[in-house]
Ligand binder design. Structure first.
Ligand SMILES: [Zn+2]
Length: 311
C-alpha cells in the first residue's frame, strides 16, 4: 500500500496512451469537480473508467493495491496461515479464515468469509508456500476481503523471485494515517492506563474464559496483561494497545506489569518518554475511534537521530 498513486497513474497512462502529465491533470480536474470528496486514488480510478480502461481485470502487484478497490486481482505465495476462527455476530454463527500472501513488492493479509474458500484451508488444500491466484477481492483496512463473489485458487505459476516477507511499515504522521496502515511513528507517551489482565490457554494461547479453553477444555490459564497508552507524534494523538513482550520493550518488566504498586511507580517515568513505535491502525468499533495496535518498539538511538536530521 506504499506510494501507489504514481504507479496507478503510470498504468493508466500506458493503457490510455496519454502522458503521465495528461492523466494527472485529468485526475486533479476530477477531484476538483467532486469538491475534493474523494482521494487521488479514487479520482484516478474514475478517470481510468472514463477512458475505457478496465483496471479491474488487470492483475496487480501487492504494493499497488489500494483501499476501496472492489475487484482486485492478485497472485501471491502463501507465507502465513492463521487458525480458522468461529464467531457469533448478531445471533448468527460464522467462520473466518486469515492468511498472508507475498510477492516481490510486498505482502498483504487475506480474509476469507466464504465457506467454500474456508474449506480449502480446513482441508489443507491451500498450504504455506503455495502460489494462489485471487480474483474479485475487495480491499478494506489494508486487507483483501474475499466474499462469495471472489475467488481463490491454487496457481501453477512459479514465483521464483525474492518475495517480501517482512511487514512494511510506513513512516507517516498520525494526522495522515488511515485505518489499515502499518506505521512506524516516533512519538511521546502522554498517557498510561492501568493494565488489564486475562488468561490464555497454555496449549493454544487462546483466551481462557471461566477456566476453560474452547478447544482444550479445563486448563490452568496463563496470566497475560494488556496495556493501553496514548501516544503523541506532534501531529496528533492516538490510543494504543500493547500485549506481552511489547509491554516489556516499552520498558515495563513482568514484575511491574503484574503488580499495580510497582506499575504506578514505573508509570511516572514513562510519561514523556519518546520512542519509535511500529504497528497497525485499526478502527475500534466500541469507541468509534482509531486505535494503534503496537507490534514492536525501538529506542531512539543516536544513529537514527542523526539520519533523521540529515533528511
Ligand atoms: Zn487451548
Amino acid at each position: 500500500m506504499v506510494e501507489n498513486y504514481e504507479r496507478l497513474i503510470e498504468k493508466i497512462s500506458k493503457a490510455a496512451n496519454l502522458s503521465v502529465e495528461d492523466i494527472e491533470r485529468k485526475v486533479e480536474a476530477k477531484k476538483a469537480k467532486l469538491s475534493g470528496l474523494i482521494s487521488k486514488e479514487g479520482a484516478a480510478q474514475i478517470v481510468a473508467a472514463e477512458l475505457g480502461i478496465n483496471l479491474d481485470k488487470e492483475r496487480m502487484k501487492i504494493s499497488e493495491i489500494v483501499n476501496g478497490m472492489r475487484k482486485a486481482n492478485v497472485i501471491g505465495k502463501v507465507i502465513e496461515i492463521f487458525p480458522v476462527r468461529s464467531y457469533n455476530k448478531n445471533g448468527r454463527d460464522g467462520k473466518v479464515a486469515n492468511l498472508r500472501i507475498a510477492d516481490e513488492s510486498g505482502n498483504i493479509r487475506v480474509v476469507l468469509w466464504d465457506t467454500n474458500h474456508i474449506g480449502l484451508i480446513e482441508r489443507n488444500e491451500i498450504n504455506i508456500n503455495d502460489v494462489v491466484e485471487i480474483s474479485n477481492a475487495g480491499v478494506r483496512n489494508g486487507e483483501l476481503h474475499l466474499s462469495g463473489f471472489s475467488d481463490i485458487k491454487k496457481s501453477n505459476e512459479i514465483m521464483s523471485g525474492e518475495i517480501v516477507r517482512e511487514k512494511i511499515f510506513l513512516t507517516k504522521k498520525l494526522s495522515d494515517a488511515r485505518v489499515g496502515d502499518s506505521l512506524k511513528i516516533r512519538a511521546v507517551i502522554v498517557q498510561v492506563f492501568e493494565p488489564r489482565y486475562f488468561e490464555v490457554c497454555p496449549e493454544c494461547r487462546k483466551r481462557v474464559i471461566d477456566g476453560e479453553c474452547k478447544i482444550h477444555g479445563k486448563v490452568s490459564g496463563m496470566k497475560r496483561a494488556l496495556l493501553n497508552l496514548v501516544l503523541d507524534d506532534g501531529s496528533g494523538t492516538i490510543r494504543c494497545v500493547a500485549f506481552g513482550e511489547v509491554i516489556n520493550k516499552i520498558g515495563i518488566s513482568e514484575e511491574e506489569i503484574f503488580s499495580l504498586e510497582k506499575f504506578e511507580e514505573r508509570k511516572k517515568n514513562l510519561l514523556g518518554e519518546e520512542m519509535i513505535f511500529f504497528g497497525n491502525i485499526k478502527s475500534n468499533s466500541l469507541y468509534g475511534t482509531n486505535e494503534f495496535n503496537v507490534e514492536n518498539v525501538e529506542e531512539i538511538n543516536a544513529e537514527s537521530l542523526i539520519k533523521e536530521m540529515e533528511k
